[in-house]
Design a protein around this ligand. Structure first.
Ligand SMILES: [Zn+2]
Length: 334
């Protein structure tokens, strides 16, 4: 595996960047050679599977396709940034304790879903990249370890444009990580982050989120497809309005034959609070009251339809379903 951090540090010290622009081609060659070794049978299949699991990915057959969850690492967040301010600390601790979480600091996993069905290889979000937090941005190395070639991705579908979902769209050479993909984004989300007055309307401690999105959008734009909630983004994948976390946030129902799995994004983020106390406003939602309504509506739908789910920030790999429990809900891991 390439040591991305050391390599990128060295590259960034280089005054002339253009002589290094052939790196994506080199990366592709490395991946192709790896694929050739795997195809030759030189490495026993069992070893490959064990390696993939260790390296932070999880794969399962689903309907007529394959669903793979690849880890982007995890976030390290101060409790004050994400936990509801209005709830008594002891009440909050009581809910979090059962799940081994503290009110001081949260460490949510980051799960990126890859859906492969026929020739279509759809990646939901692209992780944080190397400019957000050292504990995140592991997508490319975990894809390489699992033998997934970013050049094979046909579609990237964004749930929203927060850093941990969007910033990984560019590699350390400012190249799109999936050069051949169409990039799909909710229209409302694109419009919000692109607007000229969004930066000045955003609290200072989150202005980097706006700048980060605006710096990356021009690279995506030539390959962009905007969609609206309720539309089919690509065949079999339906966008669901789960706004509140951000103005245009969408989740996605992936249909495979008679089965469906909902890729949640950040509509349900915390394995304790989002399910047991979905009516508590969360500091991580841009519109906390709208996000509460969204969570309640979504939880009802997921139970009624008995959908399987995959949650971006639920404990890795984030797969499971929702069950009714004691007048509330629970996440039941697969
Ligand atoms: Zn997130």
């Amino acid at each position: 595996m390439t040591d991305k951090t050391e390599l990128s540090d060295w590259i960034k010290a280089e005054p002339v960047r253009s002589r290094l622009t052939d790196f994506p081609v080199q990366r592709r060659l490395v991946l192709k050679s790896l694929a050739a070794v795997l195809a030759s049978g030189a490495v026993p299949a069992l070893t490959i599977r064990a390696y993939a699991q260790q390296a932070g990915s999880h794969q399962q057959v689903f309907g007529d396709g394959t669903l793979t969850v690849v880890s982007d690492g995890q976030l390290v967040l101060p409790g004050s940034m994400v936990l509801p301010e209005s709830i008594d600390r002891s009440e909050l601790s009581a809910v979090l304790d059962e799940f081994g979480m503290s009110i001081d600091e949260l460490r949510p996993d980051c799960n990126i879903t890859l859906w492969r069905q026929g020739d279509r290889h759809v990646l939901f979000d692209v992780g944080a990249g190397s400019h957000f937090m050292p504990s995140a941005g592991k997508l490319l190395e975990n894809m390489e370890a699992a033998g997934i070639d970013p050049y094979d991705i046909t579609d990237v579908v964004f749930t929203h444009a927060h850093p941990d979902h969007l910033w990984g769209v560019l590699d350390d050479f400012d190249e799109l990580i999936c050069p051949d993909a169409t990039y799909h984004m909710p229209e409302q989300e694109w419009d919000y982050w692109s607007a000229g007055d969004t930066l000045s309307k955003t609290p200072e401690n989150r202005q980097a989120f706006v700048a980060g999105a605006q710096n990356r959008f021009p690279a995506i734009e030539p390959q962009l497809n905007l969609f609206r909630a309720g539309q089919e983004v690509v065949p079999g994948i339906e966008a669901i309005d789960t706004s509140g976390h951000t103005p245009g946030h969408c989740s996605f129902a992936v249909h495979a034959g008679s089965e469906a799995i909902v890729v949640l994004g950040d509509a349900l983020t915390n394995v304790a609070l989002s399910f047991l106390k979905p009516d508590w406003p969360s500091g991580s939602d841009q519109d906390p009251h709208k996000a509460v309504k969204t969570r309640l509506r979504l939880l009802d739908r997921l139970v009624a339809e008995q959908s399987r789910i995959v949650g971006f920030h639920l404990p890795h790999p984030g797969l499971g379903h929702v069950s009714k429990h004691d007048g509330g809900w629970r996440f039941v891991p697969a």
